[in-house]
Design a protein around this ligand. Structure first.
Ligand SMILES: Cc1cc2nc3c(=O)[nH]c(=O)nc-3n(C[C@H](O)[C@H](O)[C@H](O)COP(=O)(O)O)c2cc1C
Length: 214
């Protein structure tokens, strides 16, 4: 079968997801599930504090070792349509540390102020930082979902540096005009914003119709 022929197996679209130690682990799991439901190959990197926050905020069942079953139980069997490649944050020799990997975009969700500072200054000390740096140098989509409040001047400046370098700053700021009833509704909104930023269609929140549906 010719590689470019209509019958050739289609390669999955690959998206990198970095989970760091900021509050908002549910934004990460909802985003992961939505990408998997769309058949995406997720290149997943979780920092040490990202692992801690998954357990602290979502319970032991959401620990990185149990993440697959957790996502299926919470979001349904559709997550089986995609795949997760879990990388060590310490492995700077991983495929996604190179621009030659066909990853089309990356989201760091949630993004700690520490990791955002590192991206702003191109430090590349671990795989999340390096993969983000690769997205910027290759001029691919990098979505940063920072969570902190209030913010210091250095943190604000680091957001500007990331935006100037080409990243999209998508703060973890869910809206309320869609009348959320549950925490999951808020997570759906943030995951929808992230999917839109990565170029995916979705119905994770209703499109704005011009008036609030009361
Ligand atoms: C329970 C908990 C909640 C935290 N929440 C935040 C947060 O919302 N934003 C943030 O920037 N850092 C937060 N931190 C601090 C980061 O986890 C810490 O700076 C860590 O070094 C980040 O490393 P990482 O970016 O490699 O994950 C939190 C830490 C803990 C233990």
């Amino acid at each position: 079968m010719a590689p470019g022929s209509a019958d050739a197996p289609r390669r999955r679209q690959a998206i990198a997801i970095g989970i760091t130690g900021a509050s908002g682990a549910v934004y990460a799991t909802r985003t992961l599930a939505a990408l998997l439901e769309r058949g995406v190959q997720v290149e997943l990197i979780v920092s040490d504090y990202g692992r801690r926050l998954l357990r602290d905020e979502l319970g032991e069942q959401a620990s990185i070792e149990n993440l697959g079953p957790f996502l299926a139980a919470k979001y349904g069997d559709g997550v089986g349509d995609g795949t997760i490649n879990l990388h060590s944050n310490r492995d700077l020799g991983a495929t996604i540390a190179s621009g030659s990997h066909g990853c089309s975009g990356m989201a760091i969700v949630p993004c700690s102020m520490k990791t955002m500072a590192a991206v702003a200054h191109g430090l590349s000390r671990n795989l999340i930082e390096r993969a983000a740096d690769v997205m910027l140098k290759e001029q691919r989509r990098l979505v940063i979902v920072p969570r902190e409040t209030p913010m210091s001047l250095p943190q604000l400046r680091n957001m500007v540096l990331c935006a100037e370098a080409g990243a999209m700053i998508l703060p973890a700021m869910p809206a309320f005009y869609q009348q959320p009833k549950t925490l999951d509704d808020l997570a759906d909104f943030m995951a929808g914003k992230i999917l839109s930023a990565l170029g995916f269609e979705h119905d994770l929140y209703p499109a704005w119709t011009g008036k609030v549906a009361l």
